[in-house]
Design a protein around this ligand. Structure first.
Ligand SMILES: [Zn+2]
Length: 447
């Protein structure tokens, strides 16, 4: 099932440097001209990756932990910590005694999942197989810390201040509020099933009667948009144009009828963003993905895959070939945080062509289902915000984007675990921190 590893050329130090410095340049408003490299540079980085990037091992040697900005940070490819991490030399040069170029490349490019053979039953790279899980740093955007070290070196060498890129109205960070639309008609099923199970014929009959005579509680797109709009935010909806299950895993419980298409167009006309929710199997199948892209009544240039299914050996190439502008699938379903240890949008690495992808990845940070699900976390309602706050704080510290996925079905007041109340708590918090609410298109335009 796992696609074989294509034969790829070793990733040279120069390729790694170009890829990482491109992202460093995008993280700040203007980086003054300065040479950064392994040799003869104003900012000299100690090269310590050895042969790692000419082999196919998914995991580097254990990181060395060092402190930066008061936080313990893992440094992969770092020589022993017997020298200062950053040495600011009096002659206008600087020395970084850790190979943070290689470490940033390793994390941002998605190296671990590309070379790992581990996939779960949905074909996803499992959180438990990640270095973020192994070393416990999933909620720390380690690459942003690496860039802060580089920035400090640049400021020393040039005497100029490096401003982080600004969001609208000088907001300290941005929030991207998204909804995957998997179900519009199934709110009645769980209570009906529960009634049957307890042999409550009257209760079962009531559910059936309501189902056939009233609109479903999950047929709530107007409610979702209204709830989000009350925070001054715009929703981004991902619609799933496939109602047939794939390998007995459900896709949409709805069809793209004329009536629904009219509703989708009305949402777009009201200023919401409409994008594609690629059905199961499409992350590895260009033709099917393209067909789904054209089934929506609005041209979709952004997407997220259903079940967050992503095959690192195939999907990035597909997205570029179909000219998607952005994707926002890459978070771990099992845990909130930073799957690529970075809190800004970035370009994943195309290992077959040894270059950054054209499409932009807007990493997914927190999904409703992650917070309360038999296979994921089981946080009590009052544990949710305390659990997420450190991650939100990291995004704010580095002026990143916080991507939230709240399914429309979880705007149903019957959901007391990860439902509308918990959504409000998160939104109230984000608003209190003066975030800029943005949508996917605005994020893409900013870069
Ligand atoms: Zn979905």
């Amino acid at each position: 099932m796992l696609p074989p590893l294509p034969a790829t050329a070793p990733i040279s130090a120069e390729t790694r440097l170009t890829y990482v410095l491109r992202h460093f340049g995008q993280a700040y408003a203007a980086v003054p001209a300065v040479s950064i490299g392994y040799r003869d540079a104003q900012i000299q980085v100690t090269e310590a990756a050895g042969q790692f990037f000419s082999q196919t091992n998914p995991y580097p040697p254990e990181p060395v932990w060092r402190e930066w900005l008061g936080q313990q940070i893992p440094f992969f490819f770092s020589p022993a910590a017997d020298q200062p991490l950053l040495e600011l030399l009096p002659d206008g040069r600087a020395h970084i005694h850790a190979d943070l170029i290689s470490a940033a490349f390793y994390l941002l490019s998605g190296w671990q999942e590309y070379f790992s053979d581990e996939r779960d039953h949905h074909g996803r790279f499992p959180f438990t197989a990640s270095v973020q899980h192994r070393y416990g740093f999933v909620a720390v955007p380690v690459v942003n810390y690496y860039f802060d070290i580089l920035k400090t070196a640049v400021e020393h060498v040039t005497g100029q201040h490096c401003q982080p890129r600004q969001w609208a109205a000088d907001a300290p960070f941005a929030a991207f509020i998204t909804h995957d639309i998997d179900n519009l008609h199934s709110a009645w099923k769980a209570p009906a099933k529960a009634a049957l199970k307890r042999r409550d014929v009257v209760g079962f009959g009531r559910q059936l009667w309501q189902h056939f005579t009233q609109s479903d509680a999950w047929d709530n797109l107007a409610l979702v948009r209204q709830t989000v709009a009350e925070y001054g935010a715009k929703s981004t909806f991902f619609f799933l144009p496939n109602h047939l299950p794939t390998n007995s895993t459900p896709n949409a419980d709805y069809r793209l009828t004329t009536e629904l298409k009219t509703q989708i167009q009305a949402l777009a006309a009201a200023g919401d963003e409409i994008q594609l929710h690629g059905s199961i199997g499409t992350s590895g199948h260009g033709l099917r993905l393209k067909r789904e892209q054209h089934l929506l009544p609005i041209t979709a240039s952004g997407l997220r895959f259903h079940y967050l299914i992503w095959e690192p050996r195939l999907t990035p190439i597909l997205l570029d070939s179909l000219r998607f502008t952005y994707d926002t699938t890459l978070g771990f379903a099992e845990h909130f945080g930073f799957r690529h240890s970075y809190c800004h949008p970035f370009h994943p690495f195309d290992f077959t062509q040894s270059r950054a992808t054209d499409f932009l990845e807007i990493p997914l940070n927190v999904m409703d289902a992650t917070l309360y699900h038999p296979n994921y976390l089981q946080l009590a309602p009052d544990e949710i915000l305390p659990a997420l706050q450190p991650m939100f704080g990291e995004i704010e510290r580095f002026g990143g984007v916080c991507t939230v996925l709240w399914h429309n079905e979880n705007f149903d007041p019957a959901n007391l675990h990860n439902g509308p109340q918990q959504f409000h708590i998160i939104m109230d918090y984000l608003r209190s921190r003066k975030t800029a609410f943005v949508n996917g298109r605005e994020i893409c335009c900013r870069l």
